[in-house]
Design a protein around this ligand. Structure first.
Ligand code: GLC
Length: 736
């Protein structure tokens, strides 16, 4: 629609019409047939029931027929015929569910990550979704927090690259921007939701401004620079002010400093929760504070509906409401909804969903996201041989390996299980499957879905029987392939933990299997770094498979047999124990560093009961190949440093490799981490192949912010560190 006509439409809206556009409800509140009704919505406390045909958006309806019906009703019954906006929690896939983001980012194949986002966008588009509530870009350094699974991890550079790839994959670029097969990205949660005190869900966040500017805000800023169309507010307090009511954060930083002019949507009930936080004195005050903080959409409460009509009688608030509604209309117009309110819904062709191409991309991403933490010599295994493998553990034929957020639109029945993958490549006589332990203590937690879970996952059996059965099978085998870890509800939202060890029954099984003196390969299914200190020594090989998505079984089997060569690197450190948390690589030196300190043994920065280092640090990852890298040169100009280095594959295995380049910084006005990742590349090298690589590093990597948000650049001597799977080589450089 021409902007002039959009303006005329806007001018025709009454206050009630405008307030209705700021309401967002969960689509499930409408009856099955998709026809609008006031049903359970009444419980939300609307003082005056809004005309549900006039509200601005709904979310988490993913059935294209229902969406078609709802949109049809809106256009039939609403007075201004403003199409409804359909949003959804598509975090890492619609029907083709990919590995969780904490895994994907570790592939460092940002082209492949973008391709996966393009698949998610296409499948969402073909099911009528206009906006997806991702990528989640909360920097995370505390694995007690369950939502680390949906984050790209602890590192700023990695998260920024992930942000750009996913936003561009969703929204499209140039002539495809928001066109067919593309959706708008709503990044979240602004801001710093990933640093809750004590790792406790929804808890307060206290961060200095320099930590915010130099680290926690950077991934969101990268997404804004990639033109993300929406931002979602965070639940948490940030330095004493709730993010959802925080004018400094949302107006001064997000809109003025970062230049974001899209739609700011609250998280679920977060506007009403301003009162619960003790920030707003009542609901009307909550509406006022959120509106002044630039929040355009009220997700799932009646706060705006009840509070704005009175509030906007004052011009200051009327102006804010107009800004909010204008942004919402502009977004609908960018998506072409006025011309085609059934966008995508009339082209639904189930053949376009979960296509072979999509599954191939998912398989590649599994292969590139699983992190090989340990491998004495066992992997790759020998399919089609007389090697007998006891496959122990409930994950092998479990369909519940998609992770917490996949159930919004994914289907467990789509999962290509590990068992299916193994049976494809190994002779059946080689494989002996036993459950080893129950993945769930009971299915009661699944309520009405109990029967379905039991049917797909098998009945709960006596633990001691399962243990004995596993021992017997393992005794007859040459190799034990053991699947361990979390079940998918143990991570995601509302799943903070204080104990990150494996359950006692899994530890017992590992130890009893180890008594057999047979080599054990561990496959760890998890949504977060766990504390593996007690069990790590029992594994000959250990592969973190995270929650690998629908093609997990195929990708993991390809890695086990060497059809694919592991190349992923950890995006988040695995602590030695919970006491180390937060533990992450980008640490500052302290005045008394443990290494080469002038102080005595005792008076240095350390623990007396544990090392400073995590069990597995950020960047850890092994390959079946042996790579080496050596600096060649680094030359600077005004804008950037152009470096070259030699990369060799000194093995008989072809493989992908992600060289990492760190900046080592020794002095600055605001003390910088000892090392910061500033560049990665991603290459395939055939056996015994060697190449000279070049990388251009922008000089902005030598800048940093102070607590006033002012940018500093210090000329001087630095070191670039080339890291090839943990082998490091330094290159001193002088920056002017
Ligand atoms: C949830 C989450 C958010 C999600 C929203 C809608 O509470 O915090 O990430 O997008 O509500 O489901």
């Amino acid at each position: 629609m021409e902007e002039q006509k959009l303006k005329e439409l806007f001018d025709s809206l009454s206050i009630d019409d405008k307030v209705s556009q700021t309401i967002q409800l969960n689509g499930d509140l409408f009856v099955e047939s998709g026809v609008m009704t006031t049903g359970p919505v009444k419980d939300l406390g609307f003082k005056k029931e809004p005309n549900f045909y006039e509200i601005g958006s709904i979310y988490n309806v993913n059935d294209y027929q229902k969406l078609y019906q709802i949109q049809k009703d809106v256009l039939t019954n609403s007075s201004h015929k403003i199409p409804l906006l359909f949003m959804s929690d598509i975090i890492y896939g619609f029907r083709t569910i990919f590995p969780i983001p904490l895994a994907q980012a570790g592939s460092y194949d940002f082209d492949l990550i973008q391709q996966a986002a393009e698949v998610s966008a296409k499948e969402s588009y073909l099911n009528g979704i206009h906006v997806v509530f991702s990528p989640m870009l909360d920097l995370v350094r505390d694995p007690r927090w369950g939502r680390v699974m949906e984050s790209p991890g602890e590192d700023v550079y990695t998260s920024k690259q992930f942000a750009k790839s996913v936003v561009n994959g969703y929204q499209g670029e140039k002539e495809m921007y928001l066109k067919e097969n593309h959706v708008a990205a709503c990044i979240k949660h602004f801001a710093a939701y990933g640093a809750p005190e004590s790792g406790r869900e929804y808890n307060q966040v206290e961060l200095s401004n320099q930590k915010l500017f130099n680290e926690y805000l950077q991934p969101y800023q990268a997404a804004v620079e990639a033109n993300c169309e929406l931002v979602m507010t965070a639940f948490n307090l940030l330095n004493g002010v709730p993010a959802t009511g925080n004018q400094w954060l949302n107006q001064t930083i997000l809109r003025e400093r970062f230049g974001f002019n899209g739609v700011l949507v609250s998280d679920y009930a977060a506007i009403a929760e301003l009162e619960t936080h003790g920030f707003a004195k009542d609901s009307e005050d909550a509406a006022k504070k959120a509106l002044l903080a630039g929040v355009d959409l009220d997700m799932m409460t009646a706060t705006y509906a009840n509070g704005l009509p009175e509030l906007v009688k004052k011009s200051e608030f009327a102006k804010r409401l107009d800004e909010a509604v204008w942004r919402i209309l502009v977004l609908k117009n960018k998506l072409g909804l006025f011309e085609d309110p059934f966008r995508g819904l009339t082209q639904v062709n189930t053949g376009e969903i979960l296509t072979q191409e999509a599954k191939d991309i998912a398989t590649q991403l599994v292969e590139k996201s699983c992190v090989l933490l340990k491998n004495k010599s066992l992997l790759p295994l020998k399919p089609k041989s007389n090697q007998k493998i006891a496959v122990v553990g409930p994950y092998a034929d479990s369909h519940f390996t998609l992770g917490f957020w996949a159930s919004v639109s994914g289907k467990s029945s789509d999962v290509f299980t590990l068992k299916a993958g193994l049976l494809e490549q190994f002779d059946e006589e080689q494989l002996f499957f036993t459950r080893g332990f129950n993945l769930y203590e009971s299915y009661e937690q699944f309520g009405p879905l109990k029967a379905g879970f039991e049917q797909l996952n098998g009945p709960i059996e006596e633990e001691s029987f399962l243990l004995q059965q596993a021992i017997e099978q393992a005794e007859a085998a040459d190799v034990i392939l053991l699947t361990i870890g979390e079940q998918f509800l143990e991570s995601g939202e509302g799943a903070s933990k204080t104990n990150l060890q494996l359950p006692e029954k899994q530890i017992r099984l590992i130890k009893e299997l180890a008594e057999l003196n047979k080599p054990i390969i561990g496959l760890l299914y998890t949504g977060r770094p766990l504390v593996l200190t007690e069990v790590e020594k029992y594994f000959d090989s250990l592969l973190v498979v995270w929650f690998p998505g629908v093609m997990g079984g195929k990708g993991i089997t390809n890695l086990l047999t060497g059809r694919a060569n592991p190349s992923a690197r950890l995006t988040m450190s695995f602590p030695k124990n919970e006491g180390q948390i937060p533990v992450y690589y980008a640490q500052t030196s302290t005045g008394r560093p443990l290494a080469d300190s002038t102080h005595s043994e005792r008076f240095v920065s350390k623990y007396i009961d544990a090392p400073n280092e995590p069990l597995f640090s950020f960047g850890t990852g092994l390959s079946y190949a042996t790579f080496a890298g050596h600096w060649q040169s680094a030359k600077g100009n005004e804008e950037m440093i152009r470096c070259s280095y030699e990369l060799k594959n000194r093995s008989e295995h072809d493989g992908w490799i992600t060289p990492q380049i760190y900046l080592l910084n020794y002095s600055a006005e605001i003390v910088q981490p000892i090392k910061r990742l500033i560049a990665t590349q991603h290459f395939f090298l055939k056996a015994n192949e060697q190449k000279v690589m070049t990388v251009e590093i922008p000089k902005t990597v030598f800048t940093y912010f102070d607590n006033q948000g002012d940018l500093h650049f210090d000329a001087g001597e630095y070191v670039l560190q080339l890291d090839i799977l943990g082998k490091q080589e330094n290159l001193p450089i002088k920056i002017s």
